[in-house]
Design a protein around this ligand. Structure first.
Ligand code: 5CA
Ligand code: ZN
Length: 414
């Protein structure tokens, strides 16, 4: 699929410390250790509705990681999918009387526009589920051949399932116990009641065609892909295993990332799909997680249409730590907007305190599991001093603007 345009990223002189990130599977913050090219896969949208602030917070978080890795001198091979074949898409298309392909294309384009406005660096490979069906059918065939998958005993709907016990390490990514797995499996797209499965947790790999549903040919007969195998196949075929960072919101920890990892590990024999499993907290509104099913959504495109400065949206989204579940508040935008005004006024001044210490601090805080709150406080302190007339460096404003642009993705206009 076509990605979106790359915003300009200025180069910041010098180097920061090694990046450390929280890994869900090891439940600790530890160094990210890429080669020259860092490899990152982040789960993309299911395009049946517009991008809300929860999605945006997640993609901006991985954009910060992308920027920090580049600042450390790495190339970043970033891959993202689009789940453009899935039940919610068919249901919404049916409800609205539109073709599911047109709905997916329209919402994906809206997402590209939102990401462009938020200055999110595009993935190198942006891959739709429809585009990757050949990769999925190949993977399903191999999983069947190795005994990691089986066809349910249902001649009418011979769906293919993945054996939860196909890999010995299953469960290492989420560390959830069986009861928690069962709960999230049922809540997040699983089908524990499906008759003919060997284990209620076994995950769908290939869904045999049902009347009225789109289907594609495969050796197993016509059907469509399951969810986890889509991300497993797309990631493995572009990044190899293990890759450096697998990312998404915390709602993907189980079953999605556990099974994506298990599918990929059963396919390749690798012990671990990703070196780091990084998960963002959930953004909520009015006391509840923002989600399409609850309908408590604030859309990025709506704010942009209301002429909200995208830099203020971005700054509001990174004001608190990415791993915390947090609420979007009535004052989130006004606080960020006021801060942006102050930063812009500060960098526009003829003189300010030399920027080196502040830049070093920003790099240090971001390297510490993306401590954006402290990074922002460091810029606030510099801006306060500059506006207070301290310092006599004529380059300071420009240097801070370059730092904020390169690392936080926010343009201050100098
Ligand atoms: N297409 C799948 C992933 S393969 C999917 O989960 N799509 S999604 O559109 O539902 O979500 C896209 C991304 O936004 C996922 O990483 C998801 O974890 C994240 N996300 C969804 N809701 C929120 C929220 N309220 N706060 C933060 N992140 C969220
Ligand atoms: Zn995914």
């Amino acid at each position: 699929m076509q990605s979106w345009p790359t915003p300009a990223i200025p180069t910041l002189p010098g180097r920061g410390p090694q990046l450390r990130l929280h890994d869900t599977s090891d439940a600790q913050v530890r160094p990210v250790t890429p080669g020259q090219t860092a490899t990152m896969y982040v789960c993309g949208i299911t395009p049946y509705d517009a991008t809300h602030l929860g999605h945006a917070a997640t993609y901006v978080t991985f954009d910060l990681i992308n920027r920090v890795l580049r600042d450390l001198g790495h190339d970043v091979h970033y891959v993202q999918n689009v789940t453009d074949v899935d039940d919610p898409l068919f249901e919404r298309a049916e409800r609205d009387g539109v073709d599911w392909r047109d709905l997916g294309a329209r919402e994906t384009q809206l997402f590209r526009d939102d990401m462009t406005a938020l200055r999110v660096l595009p993935p190198r490979d942006y891959v739709g589920a429809v585009e990757s069906i050949g990769e999925v059918t190949d993977a399903v065939g191999r999983l069947l051949a190795s005994g990691a998958a089986y066809v349910v005993d249902d001649p009418q709907h011979p769906d293919v399932y993945f054996r939860t016990d196909a890999t010995t390490q299953f469960g290492y990514e989420s560390n959830y116990d069986r009861a928690t797995m069962a709960e999230f499996f049922a809540e997040r797209g699983g089908d524990p009641q499906r008759v003919g499965k060997r284990d209620p947790l076994d995950a769908l790999l290939w869904r045999a065609q049902r009347p009225g549903e789109p289907s594609w040919p495969s050796d197993q007969g016509p059907g469509r892909p399951g969810w986890h195998i889509e991300c497993a196949a797309i990631a493995v075929n572009r990044l190899g295993v293990p890759f450096d960072i697998q990312g998404g919101g915390s709602d993907l920890i189980f079953p999605h990332h556990e099974f994506s990892a298990a599918h990929a590990e059963a396919l390749t024999g690798a012990r671990r799909l990703a070196r780091h499993y990084v998960h963002t907290g959930m953004v909520g509104l009015d006391g509840e997680k923002m989600s399409k099913s609850r309908g408590n959504l604030v859309f990025v495109s709506r704010l942009l249409a209301d002429d909200v400065d995208p830099a203020a949206i971005r700054l509001a989204l990174i004001a608190d730590h990415y791993r915390s579940d947090r609420m979007w508040g009535d004052d989130s935008l006004s606080v960020a907007g006021a801060r942006l005004d102050r930063w812009r006024a500060a960098v526009a001044r003829a003189n300010g305190p030399a920027a080196q210490d502040t830049i070093a601090r920003v790099r240090q805080h971001l390297a510490d599991d993306l401590d954006t709150a402290k990074a922002i406080t460091a810029i606030d302190a510099w801006a306060g001093d500059a506006i207070g007339g301290l310092g006599s460096s004529p380059d300071a404003g420009r240097d801070i603007a370059v730092c904020v642009d390169a690392l936080l993705g926010i343009e201050l206009g100098r």
